[in-house]
Design a binder for this molecule. Structure first.
Ligand code: ADP
Ligand code: F6P
Length: 369
């Protein structure tokens, strides 16, 4: 083993830089050179004799300085061409030309599919899970997930403080693509009253009833934490016919979002609680009997300096990746199980089915069994 290449791919995740540093450091101790391929698989496809812009030569000093920074110093991207066999072959040929003996791919399941294609082309690869979404079944941890949960937790706590002052419910949207883990964990961490995720079917009427229950219980600052993918599991609701006669513009081609959900819940709760007859209530706010606001936490979830747990996992994973490659392993992914870092076959890992913590979901939503 003389030369290892590192690729970060998919959405960036806090901890990716720490993993890069760990790989470079572990390799340097064994006298192995490390190079970086910039912009995910895109970079691999653009490197040529005449164009080395996407090639990064690592120097230990600069890498060490990057370990605790968010993002990825190698940049990242999504590369549709890499799904095509001719481009996978081109990528493998480039790696061979560069004298690369093995690759560490840091990314999510899509990136690992790309890594598997390189393995099929004869390039040894090891994967380190880097995605805030926590959507990989084989591992308890993915780089960036704990950090994203921390960002959402802080945002929700801040929002609950202002919601309390105004007696206002609030919808807060977290990332996670088709996975509700960030939303669920942040909801648990903040004592939020309602959580909506793509893993569990839900309907607006029931959510409005649950919110009204909170309001009747003198808790009008209830927080509805939603995962960005929760619209996938929402029961059909005609937002156009509901909102437009009630003074809110919803065009036929509009998609549901946190702001529309807040508007619908506001109007439904006013109806359910009988607040629409002009009777002043203790929920009075700027002339509205009840106001429901919304916030999308957004990309701040990806841009934060990694929390200790993510950085420490990155460090161990980078160390293990180099050690595995030196022992001749290929097509392996690294993860954690029962809190310990381990490795397993990449193809088998990607076949594992995710489980969702329905018990915690029910507890947050106060659903009795
Ligand atoms: P993540 O790695 O976070 O899941 P994506 O699903 O966007 O992110 O995948 C990242 C990249 O991995 C894609 O842009 C593509 O270059 C590569 N990739 C995804 N799926 C495949 C596949 N089936 N074959 C080859 N490459 C793939
Ligand atoms: O996979 C990480 C993630 O942040 C998802 O939570 C989100 O849906 C997606 O990436 C956003 O991707 P983009 O950066 O392309 O907007």
């Amino acid at each position: 083993m003389k030369k290892i290449a590192i690729i970060t791919s998919g959405g960036d995740a806090p901890g990716m830089n720490a993993a890069i540093t760990a790989v470079v450091k572990a390799a340097a101790r064994r006298g192995i050179e490390c190079i970086g391929i910039k912009r995910g698989f895109n970079g691999l496809l653009t490197i040529s004799d005449d164009n080395q812009k996407d090639l990064q030569r690592f120097d230990l000093e600069t890498v060490l300085d990057n370990a605790d920074r968010p993002g990825t110093q190698l940049r990242t991207a999504r590369c549709d061409d890499f799904r095509k066999p001719e481009f996978q072959k081109k990528g493998a040929d480039t790696l061979r030309k560069l004298g690369v003996d093995a690759v560490v791919v840091i990314g999510g399941d899509g990136s690992f599919q790309g890594a598997l294609r390189l393995v099929e082309q004869g390039i040894p690869c090891v994967g380190i899970p880097g995605t805030i979404d926590n959507d990989l079944a084989f591992t308890e941890m993915t780089l960036g997930y704990e950090t994203a949960v921390q960002v959402c937790t802080e945002a929700i706590r801040d929002i609950r403080a202002t919601s309390r002052s105004h007696n206002r419910p609030h919808v807060v949207e977290c990332m996670g693509r088709h996975c509700g883990d960030i939303a669920l964990k942040a909801a648990c961490a903040t004592g939020a009253e309602i959580v909506l995720v793509p893993e569990v079917k839900w309907d607006i009427e029931t959510v409005a009833q649950r919110l009204c229950y909170q309001i009747r219980k003198e808790n009008p600052r209830a927080t509805i934490v939603i995962a960005e993918g929760c619209w996938d599991s929402m029961m059909p609701f005609d937002a156009y016919s509901y909102l437009n006669p009630r003074g809110k513009k919803f065009r036929e081609d509009d998609k549901m979002n946190a702001s529309f959900l807040a508007s619908i819940l506001q109007r439904k709760c006013i109806d359910i609680l009988g607040l629409n007859e002009g009777s002043p209530t203790r929920y009075h706010d700027e002339g509205d009997e009840l106001a429901v606001r919304s916030t999308v936490v957004g990309y701040t979830q990806r841009g934060r300096m990694p929390v200790a747990k993510d950085s420490a996992f990155a460090f161990e994973a980078g160390h293990l990746a180099v050690s595995l490659l030196c022992k001749g392993y290929t097509g392996q992914v690294i993860g954690t199980r029962h809190g310990r870092v381990f490795h397993m076959d990449m193809a088998d890992a990607l076949k594992e089915k995710r489980t969702f913590r329905h018990d915690l979901y029910d507890l947050v939503n106060d659903i009795r069994d």
